[in-house]
Design a binder for this molecule. Structure first.
Ligand code: UFG
Length: 334
């Protein structure tokens, strides 16, 4: 199978490239390296380019016949999307349209799309199933929902089949220690807490402790990057065998609060994490937990690393490998 992975130099895309190669797929990565890292692409062909560059796409699709495209190339910072929506609509929507149009023109008909729990906005109920109303509350979430709508129209009109995978909180790292999470700037909770544990940042801020949750901090559903990638493989398999477009919510159906994440990091690392209270971050729902029953029933998806402790342990191994000389001011006193 030949798969084009856009954003294959990024966090999720790089793990996907590795897994596809491990399955014997022929893989090409298209990434403009605006957020990704060339050395995170562990094999296959690499093309530096933009998904909005039609000439580049025509050249790529003209050179060989891809069976599918997995599309990870997008901007992901909710706060930035509020400040600079044009950047998000241009890249996440317009460039995706260019990619889809090029696929349609070259007869590539299978598309796996990185969607997000952000399409649901403030949930009416949790766990959140696929039927939950879609009411995004920021441009990032709108950009993902807009593409999902485009995909259902492109299916009807052009026969382009797709699976949209709505990730809850992707976390963790390659259990081999070869790959992990590298965002610049980092905004995600687990890597930030690990950096504080490693002494690479003075403390971690807890954004709000007055939410209607058991300990007052936000609850999220963390899903291991390898389980997430596994779901992509299964989704692509099903898409190709059934010829039916679909959408799945991907999480572990179990939520952990910000305080629980910090405590688990302390337990895994044996370090104390200095914590600061901070105001709520705008646009953060109190609880986001997935109902992933559909993915389990229809795809046969079974997350292997569903313990928060395992997710954090793999991320910690990666953090230590990248920064082996970090000072250890947070080391617990005996
Ligand atoms: N948090 C802190 N301090 C920090 C960073 C985060 O308290 O320094 C809290 C947040 O307020 C939130 C939780 O930790 O309650 C998790 O925050 P992340 O930024 O790690 O993840 P989000 O839940 O905000 O975002 C994730 C994806 C987004 C996606 C969103 C869907 O990273 O791409 O889920 O709602 F849009």
């Amino acid at each position: 199978m030949r798969v084009l992975v856009t954003g294959g130099a990024g966090y999720i895309g790089s793990h996907m490239v590795k897994m596809l190669l491990g399955q014997g797929a022929e893989v090409a990565t298209l990434d403009d390296l605006s957020c990704g890292y060339r050395d995170a692409v562990v094999g296959g062909e690499f093309v530096k380019g933009d998904t909005g560059d039609r000439a580049c796409l025509d050249a790529l699709f003209g050179r060989r016949k891809f069976d599918a495209v997995m599309h990870f190339a997008s901007f992901i910072q909710v706060g930035e999307s509020v400040r600079d929506p044009a950047k998000y609509y241009r890249n996440n929507v317009t460039h995706t349209l260019t990619l889809l149009d090029a696929m349609a023109a070259h007869g590539v008909r299978s598309f796996v799309f990185s969607s997000s729990a952000a399409i649901f906005g403030e949930p009416d109920y949790t766990p959140i199933d696929e039927a939950h109303p879609k009411r995004p509350i920021n441009p990032y979430g709108f950009s993902k929902w807009a593409v999902e709508r485009v995909l259902s129209d492109y299916d009807r009109a052009y026969g382009l089949k797709s699976v949209s995978l709505r990730y809850f909180n992707a976390a963790g790292a390659d259990p081999d220690g070869q790959l992990g999470e590298r965002h610049e700037p980092e905004t995600h909770l687990i890597p930030l807490v690990l950096q504080a544990a490693a002494g690479r940042r003075p403390s971690v801020s807890v954004f709000g402790d007055d939410y209607p949750t058991p300990d007052g901090t936000c609850v999220r559903d963390y899903i291991h990057i390898v389980d997430l990638c596994q779901a992509h493989l299964l989704a692509l398999e099903r898409l190709r065998s059934s010829g039916q477009s679909a959408a799945y919510n991907l999480g572990n159906s179990r939520g952990y609060s910000v305080n629980e994440v910090i405590r688990t990091v302390e337990a895994v690392t044996g370090r104390t994490v200095p914590v600061e209270r901070a105001p709520r971050r705008e646009g953060d729902p109190a609880v986001l937990v997935a109902d992933s029953k559909r993915a389990m029933d229809e795809l046969g998806w079974r997350p292997r690393f569903n313990e928060l402790e395992t997710i954090i342990r793999h991320a910690w191994t990666w953090e230590q490998k990248r920064h082996p000389t970090a000072t250890e001011p947070g080391r617990r006193q005996a």
